[in-house]
Design a binder for this molecule. Structure first.
Ligand code: ACO
Length: 311
């Protein structure tokens, strides 16, 4: 049984925090942020919207889009490093709110690569025939672990959620290959201590440029395709320069890569799901297209997936 994506959904909070707003709060500039990262603004969730609320909104849209009801869901996987609390998990909170009475539920922690790990995990259950409908959600409320005194990191992150409903698809469609990996020795470059996030930007940058390109090439090879076969790239939205390095490695033109970073910043586990939903809505990803999703993040971790779009 091939596993693929039946529906997509996304949610971002209404409140916009622009680079100009940040200029008033810290020693930075719109020009620095835009040219170094590609970010112009990001969304920040208010106190009464926590991670599970954003996840629920994206999940409902994805279920609608797939024509699947909560009762039909067999498994809920939520990728996040900013759950409402350590337990109960966000996925269990959703299980109740969505009326997913028969669903198993678990959260998964692989930082910005979490959505890739979630999709690959879900696909195993579908391929074996064990489950038919799986909800995978990448969601973060990074604003609650952002150190607003540290300009090196505060300008980068935003809040949001992206979701997909996965299920069986016809032969030749769906997930063709994947590549997951980790390197715990790099954990010291990106971590949370106490309530705050710390990052060695330069080290993460070097790792990301190398690993995103490698993983993309890897999944294209494993799928038995060549770079020329790829129609669209949805990379983790961490930094436009990192994303462009991956795009150039695949010889793709600018219009063939998702660039939601400008509006949302880095939303960690949510960024690929949000971007995927936007590009599908905008008609940039169409039935039969070969697409590559690729992410990297804390851990260090990475993940890429090559798939043929459609049911
Ligand atoms: N405004 C103005 N100046 C700044 C700012 C800011 N917001 N932030 C840093 N600077 C300064 C630095 O202090 C430094 O000054 P110095 O030379 O006097 O010391 C100067 O700008 C240059 O700093 P660099 O670190 O060389 O800047 P760089 O071009 O590497 O860009 C950045 C920094 C954007 C953080 C980059 O390294 C990056 O994107 N790294 C990857 C980060 C990433 O992707 N993280 C996400 C991981 S995913 C996850 O799991 C959450």
């Amino acid at each position: 049984m091939n596993a693929g994506i039946h529906g997509v959904g996304r949610y971002v909070p209404e409140q916009v925090l622009t680079n100009y707003d940040l200029e008033k709060r810290m020693d930075t500039s719109d020009e620095w942020i835009r040219t170094r990262t590609g970010i112009e603004e990001r969304r920040i969730a208010p106190d009464d919207i926590d991670t599970s609320h954003m996840a629920e909104r994206a999940a409902r849209i994805a279920l609608d889009n797939a024509g699947v009801s909560g009762e039909d869901v067999d498994l809920i996987i939520v990728a996040t490093v900013t759950p409402d609390q350590p337990f109960p998990s966000v996925s269990c909170q959703l299980q109740e709110r969505l009326g997913a009475t028969k669903a198993a539920a678990m959260d998964l922690s692989a930082a910005c690569s979490g959505f890739m790990y979630g999709i690959v995990t879900a696909s195993q259950f579908i391929q074996t025939g064990a489950y038919r409908h799986i909800l995978v959600i990448g969601v973060e409320k990074l604003s609650k672990i952002t150190n607003w005194e540290d300009r090196n990191t505060a300008v980068l992150f935003g809040d949001g959620a992206g979701a997909v409903v996965m299920g069986p698809v016809s032969e030749g469609k769906g997930i063709l290959s994947y590549d997951l990996g980790s390197d715990g020795s790099g954990g010291k470059h990106l971590y949370q201590e106490g309530d705050l996030l710390y990052m060695n930007g330069r080290e993460v940058f070097k790792f990301a440029v190398r690993q995103m390109g490698e993983s993309c090439v890897n999944v294209i090879d494993k799928a038995g395709l060549t770079k020329d076969d790829i129609d669209f790239l949805v990379p983790h939205q961490a930094n436009i320069r990192i994303m462009n390095a991956a795009r150039e490695r695949l010889n793709l033109s600018e219009e063939k890569m998702s660039k939601t970073i400008k509006k949302y910043g880095n939303t960690s586990a949510a960024s690929i799901g949000i971007s995927l939903a936007e590009e599908v809505e905008a008609g940039k990803i169409k039935d039969g297209d070969h697409i590559v999703l690729v992410g990297f993040g804390g851990g260090l971790t990475w993940g890429a997936i090559c798939l043929k779009w459609g049911k």
